[in-house]
Ligand binder design. Structure first.
Ligand code: HXC
Length: 246
């Protein structure tokens, strides 16, 4: 399938990759780009041969934010009645498979909300969930400082605060590292990794007692999978598990 603003590929077995590809605008996230991104993620989410998804941009820009030229003429009634930005939520809520964001270069405003690295501009506040997700990720005082000042920060800061899992010294090292991580994840049972993502994400919505209970329920449900039997048998026999992903 060919898209206008993104590229899709399968760089390794089990790994789907979406590359934001609007170089003229440093991957500014116009609505048609988000529509294509949603479509590609939905396809990877339902593809049997994909277990984990990488979302990346270019070396220079992951994404320079929401499209300012698209937003400039927008009125309140347009934004409100057409639920501007709401489709961005699909990205996070409708994909069960793990998504790794490989971020190099600019990741500003909504670009960052996409990668979970928000920055406010002088006229806007976060609109794609940044104020809620960032606060949960790095705590209230740091999030308040970043959102109120709109200050940029480095990947090293993001890693130090626990906002980014890992940083790399170069773009090549980033893409190599993220692909290796994706391969590791794709080497496990799909049933287990989807369950693992679900329970980790639930921790953002539930209190500890309910979260632990939820985890236990999903844990119990894994015993209904073929892969649980396959994995534990392979362990006992000191063999490599051949997953059926069922
Ligand atoms: C539309 C953008 C854009 C954007 C860059 N471009 N960012 N177009 N929306 N967010 C366009 C420029 O207009 C320019 O187009 C081309 O991309 C290259 O950009 P330059 O500015 O020439 O590049 P450079 O000098 O390298 O500067 C890079 C930059 C700068 C520092 C990233 O472009 C910049 O400050 N962009 C805006 C970043 C920003 O404020 N993002 C937050 C948006 S608000 P032409 O046609 O001139 O070549 C937001 C909040 C969302 O995201 C809340 C809800 C989700």
């Amino acid at each position: 399938r060919s898209y206008e603003y993104i590229l899709t590929s399968k760089p390794k077995p089990g790994v789907g990759q979406v590359t934001l590809n609007r170089p003229k605008a440093l991957n500014a996230l116009c609505t048609p780009l988000i529509v294509e991104l949603n479509q590609a993620l939905r396809e990877f989410n339902s593809a049997d041969d994909v277990s984990v998804i990488i979302v990346t941009g270019s070396e220079k820009a992951f994404a320079a934010g929401a499209d300012i030229k698209e937003m400039a003429p927008l009125t309140f009634s347009d934004a409100y009645t057409k639920s501007f930005i709401e489709s961005w939520s699909d990205l996070t809520t409708q994909v069960k498979k793990p998504i790794l964001a490989a971020v190099s270069g600019h990741a500003l405003g909504g670009g960052c909300e996409l990668a979970m690295i928000p920055r406010s501009s002088s006229v806007l506040i976060p609109g794609a969930g940044g104020s809620q997700r960032l606060t949960r990720a790095i705590g209230k005082s740091k999030a308040m400082e970043l959102i109120l000042t709109g200050k940029s920060f480095s990947g090293a800061d993001a890693e130090k605060w626990g906002l980014a899992a890992k940083t790399f010294p170069s773009y090549e090292a980033l893409m190599d590292g993220v692909t290796k991580t994706a391969e590791t994840i794709a080497g496990y049972s799909k049933v287990a990794i989807i369950g693992a993502k679900e329970v980790v994400n639930k921790s953002q919505d539930l209190g500890l007692r309910d979260g632990v209970e939820y985890e236990r329920r999903v844990f119990h449900s894994i015993f209904g999978s073929q892969d649980q039997k396959i994995g534990m048998k392979a362990f006992a026999e000191k063999k490599k598990a051949e997953w059926t992903h069922q």
